[in-house]
Design a protein around this ligand. Structure first.
Ligand SMILES: Nc1ncnc2c1ncn2[C@@H]1O[C@H](COP(=O)(O)OP(=O)(O)O)[C@@H](O)[C@H]1O
Ligand SMILES: *[C@@H]1O[C@H](CO)[C@@H](O)[C@H](O)[C@H]1NC(C)=O
Ligand SMILES: *[C@@H]1O[C@H](CO)[C@@H](O)[C@H](O)[C@H]1NC(C)=O
Ligand SMILES: *[C@@H]1O[C@H](CO)[C@@H](O)[C@H](O)[C@H]1NC(C)=O
Ligand SMILES: *[C@@H]1O[C@H](CO)[C@@H](O)[C@H](O)[C@H]1NC(C)=O
Ligand SMILES: *[C@@H]1O[C@H](CO)[C@@H](O)[C@H](O)[C@H]1NC(C)=O
Ligand SMILES: *[C@@H]1O[C@H](CO)[C@@H](O)[C@H](O)[C@H]1NC(C)=O
Ligand SMILES: *[C@@H]1O[C@H](CO)[C@@H](O)[C@H](O)[C@H]1NC(C)=O
Ligand SMILES: *[C@@H]1O[C@H](CO)[C@@H](O)[C@H](O)[C@H]1NC(C)=O
Length: 667
């Protein structure tokens, strides 16, 4: 009896197995078209959603957030008999609507991925595609993306803040091109963030020399005949038997909505064209004005009435605008800050109405304007930080003010602040010589000589020591790097922006994976623990020392592969007992050998992957003064030799180099 049961069950199971295996080939989809996403069953995660009128909204206006959208079932991407990738063709219509003009999120990618679970990826410049370990071309990613990148990130070799690129397992595009489309009279530029709907076509034809074509155009023109990017690629090792197709998107500091209006995809075919009349409407698109005929039919008096009402509304609007111009937020608790509280009107006048001509630069937190305060004629730099959350503002201001009391000749003084709806203005001492990075990288106009560099190093070290040990409480800077060091009129280095990264900590969700700081200066333990402390600052200071000594960014996409990650390269030079090879070649022989060696060694010691081997700023200062020897560099768990991986460069060569991030994450 038992035996019979077993046989029966086995039979049933076998039967089901056969059914499933025989049905599944029929069920695999190889093409689909969405003209609006009203009834789609896409896999959504992060902050993506489908709006009630059928738009696929990749991001809402929350900051430092990401989203992924995938077609729910994987597609068979390989020819089962030949094992070669299949041809494919896809097209989509998108629109990017930033809340502030010119200050935008990070863009959209169309992605082929072997996994639908991208939960360990990061937002902002990582585009929701990779994290700080996987972004350098890890071949196990199996991710092919076409990025519509709206931010310039020199760490990833971006060409500008408005480009399309092809990414193989990496955020370094193998090909990239400024957004434009071909017309009868040459290529015409496009803005990805104009808010207008734009259509993209991505086509791949499997053959001996497989071409990968990317084309973009406004929806009002037919598909251009010449693609923007048309390159030979080899997808053999990247594409697996089954791949998911979809989109990723991410926002950074500036609220931006990314929308997809329509999407079609075909394996081994040509993507279907869209019926543009059926596209879901975008929000904020001005509605079509009523036909003029209506007015002609109306009696003359009616017309006059309408005009009068319109004039009235206009006058009211202008009046309201005028009132709003200088409006600011001022709450009771702020009275205690008296002199540190600036009036918006003064700052408005000081910067000539935040004129573009007064713009000193734009950074991760917002724009910085030059100004002259009306009453005192003091030169200031005004940083405009957009910030929507009001919760935590009181604590933050209290902290800003207490930071304003810090006083040291190597810190940029914070003179005060002002608050408006959704906006915080920070007023700093003006630094006439701008930021240090301008004198170091990308063929600078004037080069700093070694004496100047050594003085800047000592100054910044003493400023950081003051923050860490000499004030009444420990202040963590959190973002030490060359572009945050400003130069005063005597070319002294001064630390700016301290404490500002705390803005992220107030009123935000502690569970979201956003890491404050800059790639290449982030201590390896930071992404895991999320806790900034003095030794993560020392790590970033080490990166800064190497920057000054070598005249390079911590990650230099244009350098030779073995020199790409600065700290690894200097370490290799040290191992070969030729640490001076790493020095800035622009200095020629005009430097002090002992000091150069000292700075390079200190840079390595401070950048040690293991925080327990990094010195405190006091010891760093003593080494720089020559009053104590350089702390010893521990060899322990510096670089694991098996942590190499391949990275494809422009010539399609496969080269190998050490990964800073992979080796560090083993620690
Ligand atoms: N106090 C200041 N005096 C003069 N220029 C400044 C001052 N603060 C900032 N800047 C300029 O504004 C630019 C942007 O500053 P910031 O927002 O701090 O950039 P980031 O976030 O990249 O460090 C800097 O590159 C610098 O040239
Ligand atoms: C799309 O798929 C359907 C079946 O799902 C098939 O009948 C049709 O031919 C396909 N179209 C293209 C262009 O491949
Ligand atoms: C990111 O999105 C989630 C889900 O909508 C939200 O809870 C969270 O607050 C957002 N994070 C930030 C930093 O805005
Ligand atoms: C798979 O490859 C074979 C030749 O190797 C070809 O005849 C066949 O058409 C291909 N199938 C598809 C679906 O491309
Ligand atoms: C996605 O992967 C993470 C680990 O990377 C895991 O914790 C999580 O449960 C996975 N999510 C799903 C839906 O599989
Ligand atoms: C980065 O992503 C990979 C794979 O997706 C994951 O294994 C790794 O833990 C992530 N690293 C960090 C620091 O989150
Ligand atoms: C298009 O943009 C590129 C890169 O920004 C620029 O060099 C070029 O002059 C622009 N062309 C036109 C016609 O504006
Ligand atoms: C890609 O573009 C080239 C022109 O540069 C064209 O000859 C080729 O047919 C295109 N390939 C596909 C798959 O559209
Ligand atoms: C593509 O790459 C694979 C290995 O990754 C190689 O076997 C194949 O020959 C390459 N194809 C072409 C056309 O270069």
């Amino acid at each position: 009896m038992k035996k019979m049961m077993m046989m029966f069950i086995t039979f049933i199971l076998f039967f089901f197995f056969c059914m499933i295996t025989s049905i599944s080939p029929l069920e695999t989809t190889t093409n689909f078209t969405f003209n609006g996403f009203q009834h789609s069953n896409l896999h959504l995660d992060g902050i993506s959603s489908i709006t009630s009128n059928g738009l696929l909204r990749l991001t809402d206006t929350s900051k430092h957030n990401k989203s992924h959208v995938f077609f729910p079932t994987p597609l068979p991407f390989k020819n089962s008999s030949s094992g070669l990738p299949l041809s494919f063709s896809t097209s989509f219509i998108f629109s990017i609507i930033p809340e502030y003009k010119d200050l935008t999120g990070h863009g959209i990618t169309f992605v082929l991925s072997h996994s639908i679970n991208l939960s360990s990826t990061l937002p902002s410049q990582y585009l929701g595609l990779f994290n700080q370990t996987t972004c350098f071309g890890d071949p196990s990613n199996h991710v092919l993306a076409v990025e519509l990148d709206t931010n310039l990130n020199p760490d990833f070799g971006d060409i500008d803040n408005n480009h399309l690129g092809i990414d193989f397992n990496s955020l370094f595009s193998i090909y990239a091109s400024h957004a434009s489309y071909s017309t009868a009279d040459g290529f015409k530029n496009l803005s990805l963030v104009s808010g207008d709907p734009l259509q993209v076509w991505i086509e791949y034809e499997q053959s001996e020399n497989s071409l990968f074509n990317v084309t973009i155009a406004p929806i009002s023109v037919p598909k251009p005949t010449v693609p923007l990017i048309s390159k030979v690629v080899n997808l053999s090792s990247l594409v697996l038997d089954e791949m998911y197709v979809g989109f990723t998107s991410s926002t950074g500091s500036f609220p931006t909505s990314h929308y997809i209006l329509a999407w079609s995809f075909v394996l081994n075919g040509k993507a279907q064209a869209f019926d543009l009349s059926k596209l879901p409407p975008l929000p904020l698109v001005p509605s079509k004005s009523k036909p003029l005929v209506l007015f002609i039919l109306l009696p003359v008096i009616g017309v006059i009435l309408v005009l009068m009402v319109m004039a009235f509304v206009l006058v009211m609007m202008v009046k309201k605008r005028k009132k709003k111009r200088y409006s600011e937020l001022l709450e009771d608790w702020e009275t205690e800050y008296g002199p540190q509280r600036f009036s918006y009107k003064d700052l408005f006048l000081a910067t000539k109405g935040f004129e573009d001509e007064e713009l000193l630069g734009a950074g991760g937190f917002g724009r910085v304007y030059k100004g002259v305060l009306p009453k005192t004629n003091i030169q200031v730099a005004v940083k405009k930080v957009s910030h929507e959350s009001r919760q935590g503002m009181r604590e933050f201001i209290a902290e800003i003010i207490s930071i304003g009391k810090l006083s040291h000749r190597n810190l940029v003084r914070l003179l005060g602040y002002c608050r408006r709806e959704g906006e915080l203005l920070l007023v700093y001492e003006f630094m006439p010589n701008g930021s240090l990075d301008r004198y170091l990288f990308n063929e600078p106009k004037s080069l700093l000589d070694w004496e100047q560099r050594y003085r800047i190093i000592k100054g910044v070290a003493s400023g950081l020591l003051y923050l860490h040990e000499e004030w009444e409480q420990v202040v963590i800077h959190r973002d030490v790097k060359a572009s945050n060091i400003l130069l005063d009129c005597d070319m002294n280095g001064r630390l700016g922006d301290f404490g500002l990264s705390r803005l992220y900590d107030h009123g935000s969700d502690p569970q979201t994976t956003h890491v404050v700081g800059t790639l290449g200066y982030l201590a390896p333990e930071l992404p895991n623990t999320g806790k900034a402390n003095t030794s993560t600052d020392v790590y970033a200071f080490g990166g800064f020392l190497l920057e000054l000594a070598c005249g390079r960014r911590p990650i230099d996409a244009k350098a030779m592969p073995e020199e790409m990650i600065l700290v690894d390269w200097v370490y290799e030079c040290w191992k070969k007992d030729q640490i001076l090879d790493a020095r800035d070649a622009n200095l020629r022989e005009n430097y002090n050998t002992e000091e150069m060696k000292l700075v390079l060694m200190l840079g390595l010691v401070c950048s040690h992957p293991n925080p327990k081997y990094r010195p405190a700023m006091r010891a760093v200062m003593q080494a720089l003064d020559g009053s104590a020897p350089i702390p010893l560099l521990s060899d322990e768990c510096w670089i694991a030799d098996n942590s190499t991986f391949s990275f494809r460069d422009d010539d399609n060569n496969t080269t190998r180099y050490h990964s800073l991030a992979t080796s560090f994450s083993d620690v």
